[in-house]
Design a binder for this molecule. Sequence first.
Ligand SMILES: [Zn+2]
Length: 415
Amino acid sequence: MTSASLSKGLWDPCRILDVHLDAPSFQCFAIAARTDARCRWTSDSERFSASQHVAALKSLLAMSEKHPAGITRAALHALAQSTMCELHQRQAADKSSEWKARIDRYVREHGELLERDAEIERLRRQLEGSKANLEESCSEIASLKAEAWEADKRIDERAKASEEEAKDLRQQLDASSREVADLLKAKMLSDYGAELSEVSMESMRQELRASNARHEALEATIKDSERKVEEGKDLRQQLDASSREVADLLGAKTSSDEKARLSEVEVESMRQELRASNARHEALEAKIKDSKRKLEALSQRYSASKNERMELQEHMEEVKQDLAKRDQHIEQLVEQKEGAERTSVERDQNVKQLVEQKDGMKQGLVERDQHIKQLEEQKEGVRQELAKRDQHIEQLVEQVKELKQEVAEREVCEP
Ligand SMILES: [Zn+2]
């Protein structure tokens, strides 16, 4: 390292302390007592340790970055030790005292200039800090913008999904309503059918009642006929009695012809009576047979109407069961519809909440935008301040230049 490269720091310790570390090796900075001249051992000889050259360079670099007034005697002593061979380490104390005196003189002569340099350095560091802050703010603003954009997108997606869901539910609800209406219509139709069945049942009952009445009338007629048959039997008995009487009379004829002649007239009249009685008897039997036939036909009709009535009752029962099932189904559907309506109401509330959340997030975004605006305003302020500082630094640099020129002129005037 040369003195030129160290002059980038606050001051140039190589020039001020007159310590020039030549590459690749330097000569020991002590004075040899025997020759009263500079020691001839070099830093790459066996009289130096391997680390000394590097240690000396590091010490000089560290000093160049500090204000010369802050350089300690210990630091100067360490530098002196690393620039001297093992034979002359004892001269380090004297060397560091000499360097301390040089630094004190330099600080006395160039104090103002050094202060300006320090001020410029401080301002430069501040400027770098501000620039870093500004870059951080810029990246923060960019990330906030990206976040806001993402949030907006998410809100839009959720709102869209909710709207789709609500639409589906409304369609389902409409379908349920239509189904319920259809079922109510069907129920009305079956109620009407049941009423019609009731009417036909009523007419059949009337018919049955009429048929029962006819049946009863026929039974009465049959009883009447049977009574008449009984009467016919009485007549037959009378006839038998008459026949026996006739036989008796015929027996009596043999005993008395006269009596017989008299009796013949009587017998003839009795025979006529018997024939009439037989004819009446036959007519009555025919009537009885006819009544029996009619009774049988009526019985058949009665049993047929009974069967029909049973069938009708069964049919009525089936219709009633069917109606009960339909009523249950309608009740279930109405419950389903109510459930669907409740669900729809809940979904509507959910959608409302989502919309409110969205509004809340939008407000948050607006607040963020305001915050970003404020940050940008702050950024603008910082920029203006930096511009002012840059101007101030330029002014300071010019002043330093003038002072340096002045010092140079002075050095020319007072050699
Ligand atoms: Zn030496």
